[in-house]
Design a protein around this ligand. Structure first.
Ligand code: MRU
Length: 362
């Protein structure tokens, strides 16, 4: 995507090939800065602290993290230790394990001296494929939005989204936001309700930032406003991303997504989930029972970050001293509440049959 006319990806191999560049998402939207990751430790820390976040980008960062480890020590022990270190950073986004396994399975059979280069090539391929899959998701979602718009001639198409599943969460284009970008660029009259997405406010900070940069009309709302807007006919569709979708179509995404799905169902509003193949977990069915849900620091709930009047990025305390917090970072929307999955291969029902129809060869 373009920032001030310059094309950016969220992650890139730096000249010399021994370090990775990333956009520092903790400083956004108030400061656009980049960071250089020079070691597996730094890659792991960037994932854990959410300098980089979003399931596909976490996966790509993990892949490059293995490359950085193998550049220092290409041994079996180093590969295994780096795999475990990176895989332990955040438990929910399945893209991380998927990308680490792909790089490990590619390099493990190789002589140690060839491993770092092969890991670099594989990580680069994962990044490029992610861009292509996200753009394809954009095209398939555009068709859906054009159908919805055609049913409302002369009206603005109002779409609600939760968290950030835009280009900042992937390598480029995004998943849930890709159809919105394609629609806007195609001249469709579209407006986005942006859930703030407590506690880390990925919607209010990152999604609003992206949409603003792309010139897409949008409005930031509190997470609890969506149901009310739906009741009053101000939402035509909901579109979100996912961190892990099971083989029967149960969808895990940012905490609060399940409540949006319930409200959408209660108001007969289509609830779409956009995802690349790398976010499907073919090893599990029951998302509520089987997907590990990350529990992050309660401080993310009891405190909040923002820009103070003097321009400094600062954190303030919301709740009184001594009040404990609890911070599950994701929840699961059962397949029965999902209208359709928008993938790089097309749009299907959120069901085992639907996913098999598209990915039967996987
Ligand atoms: O905690 P985060 O910011 O990594 O959570 C991100 C989300 O929940 C996204 O919706 C999901 O990863 C899809 S990103 C294309």
């Amino acid at each position: 995507m373009k920032i001030d006319g310059q094309a950016w990806r969220t992650i890139w191999l730096e000249p010399g090939g021994r370090s990775i560049g990333v956009i520092d998402q903790i400083q956004l939207p108030h400061q656009f800065t980049t960071r250089t990751l020079r070691s597996c430790d730094e890659a792991a820390e960037a994932i854990r602290t959410m300098v980089v976040r979003g399931a596909p980008l976490i996966g790509v960062t993990g892949a490059y993290g293995l490359m950085l480890a193998l550049q220092v020590d290409p041994s079996d022990a180093s590969l295994a230790a780096a795999f475990d270190q990176l895989n332990a950073t955040r438990p929910t986004a399945v893209n991380l394990r998927w990308a680490l396994e792909r790089v490990r399975d590619r390099v493990a059979p190789l002589p140690p001296a060839e491993r770092a280069q092969a890991a670099q090539v594989e990580a680069g391929a994962i990044a490029d494929e992610d861009v292509a899959m996200c753009e394809a998701i954009g095209e398939h979602g555009l068709e859906l939005f054009q159908e919805l718009a055609a049913a409302r001639p002369g009206q603005t198409l109002n779409v609600l989204t939760h968290c950030n599943a835009g280009w900042l969460a992937t390598v480029d284009w995004g998943t849930a936001l890709a159809p919105i970008y394609k629609a806007h660029r195609a001249g469709l009259d579209i407006h986005v309700w942006v859930d703030e997405t407590r506690p880390r406010n990925q919607g209010a900070s990152l999604t609003a930032y992206e949409l603003g940069r792309e010139g897409v009309p949008h409005t930031v709302i509190v997470d609890n406003a969506g149901g009310h807007l739906m009741q009053h006919g101000q939402v035509d569709a909901v579109i979100v991303g996912t961190d892990r979708t099971t083989r029967r179509g149960d969808v895990c995404n940012k905490i609060g997504t399940y409540l949006k799905a319930l409200a959408a169902r209660d108001n007969n509003i289509p609830f779409y989930v956009a995802l690349p193949a790398s976010t499907i977990d073919w090893s599990i069915d029951d998302g509520v029972a089987e997907i590990p849900i990350e529990a992050r620091s309660p401080e993310e709930v009891t405190h909040i970050q923002g820009r103070s009047p003097d321009g400094a990025i600062t954190t303030v305390q919301l709740s009184p001293d001594g009040s404990p917090g609890f911070n599950p970072a994701f929840d699961v929307t059962p397949a029965r509440l999902v209208t359709a999955l928008i993938t790089e291969r097309g749009v299907v029902a959120a069901s085992a049959a639907g996913l098999q129809e598209l990915y039967g060869d996987v």
